[in-house]
Design a protein around this ligand. Structure first.
Ligand code: UDP
Ligand code: MG
Length: 325
């Protein structure tokens, strides 16, 4: 590595992308011609246990280029874990994550780097429109962002992708996460560093097929609701409180009107109706208790995922009074 140049890691998760490996490698090399004066690259292919010849393709490239690294998973762990592994192994002063299927146009990399050099610790690629994406998928993702922003504790930018650049200090903070169920981009958002945006148009997948089918996407969405929000847990409790209060008033009304005042309004509650009010009340009590348990689970959940307690953005000045003059 030439002296004075900054190293940038490029992380590429790979699952069955044999036809795309060489293409993305060549694209990145081409893009780097304009960056090579000031930056070196390190390409980290994280091979998520591909079933095709992706591994051999990566090895072929790695033989001719010492800056290419190949991490091979023992089984398919999924893209989120693959990008995390890439970040754990990155040596660069910044790392860029990019998909192997050429949906993230690498010609935008210089723009990412420029925004980073201008002081942005995180640069996020925002997808303007996904060419060739089905309507159902688009509605699904719009819905996902709405719900996530409604109930989640961190705001996420709609259409923000995994195509992102992270500064070294962000990577170091990211490494502290120990949770297993993870959405890499949501964790980065949780860290709270300033975000610069790069808008791009997603290409169509070059070849092979998307590893994320509907079922996998729904699972992913559910797991991110659960790991970034306690709302689903508390919902039962709120419902319970509502039902309890409602049926208490209803019950009081029945007791006073029917039994104590001997039905001056002439409602004539049947025995079944009274029983129903009684059962409603008990259901309310049960749901409220569930909500209470949910609160305990929420605490346990918080402790177990063991997120860093805080993130320091800058340590601006050292302790001043050490300096007496
Ligand atoms: N990928 C992975 N493991 C998987 C599925 C996908 O590492 O189990 C990689 C894949 O090779 C690609 C990126 O993650 O580089 C995005 O995958 P895909 O194109 O299937 O997802 P989408 O574009 O639909 O988000
Ligand atoms: Mg894709």
């Amino acid at each position: 590595m030439a002296k004075g140049k900054k190293l940038i890691s490029v992380i590429i998760p790979v699952y069955n992308e044999e036809k795309n490996i060489l293409l993305i490698y060549n694209e990145i090399k081409k893009v780097w011609e304009n960056l090579a004066e000031n930056y070196d690259y390190e390409l980290i292919f994280v091979n998520d246990c591909s079933q095709d010849k992706s591994g051999e393709e990566i090895e072929k490239i790695a033989e001719g280029d010492k800056q290419v690294k190949h991490l091979e998973f023992s089984r398919n762990f999924g893209k989120e874990i693959a990008t995390s592994a890439g970040l754990h192994h990155a040596l660069g002063e910044a790392a860029i994550m990019i998909d192997a299927d050429l949906q993230h146009p690498s010609e935008f990399i210089p723009e990412f780097v420029e925004k980073w050099e201008n002081g942005a610790p995180v640069v996020v690629g925002i997808r303007e429109k996904n060419k060739g994406e089905e309507l159902f998928k688009r509605i699904g993702s719009a819905l996902f962002y709405r719900i996530m922003n409604l109930i989640g504790e961190t705001q996420i930018i709609p259409n923000a992708t995994d195509f992102r650049l992270l500064d070294r200090k962000v990577i170091e903070e990211f490494k502290k996460f120990t949770e297993r169920n993870r959405i890499t981009r949501a964790l980065v958002d949780w860290l709270g560093f300033e975000i610069a945006r790069v808008y791009f148009r997603a290409n169509e997948r070059k070849s092979g097929k998307a590893g994320y089918n509907y079922l996998k996407l729904i699972k992913l969405a559910l797991s991110s609701f659960v790991s970034h929000s306690l709302f689903p847990l508390k919902l039962a409790g709120y419902l319970g409180i509502f039902i309890t209060v409602f049926s208490t008033f209803l019950g009081l009304f029945v007791i006073i009107e029917q039994i104590i005042l001997k039905d001056p309004l002439g409602v004539r509650f049947s025995g079944t109706a009274m029983l129903a009010v009684m059962i409603l009340f008990l259901v309310g009590v049960m749901l409220s208790s569930l909500g209470l348990i949910a609160l305990y689970i929420a605490h346990i959940h918080d402790e177990v995922i063991n997120r860093p307690m805080y993130v320091i953005k800058n340590q601006k000045s050292k302790i001043k009074n050490q300096n007496y003059d």
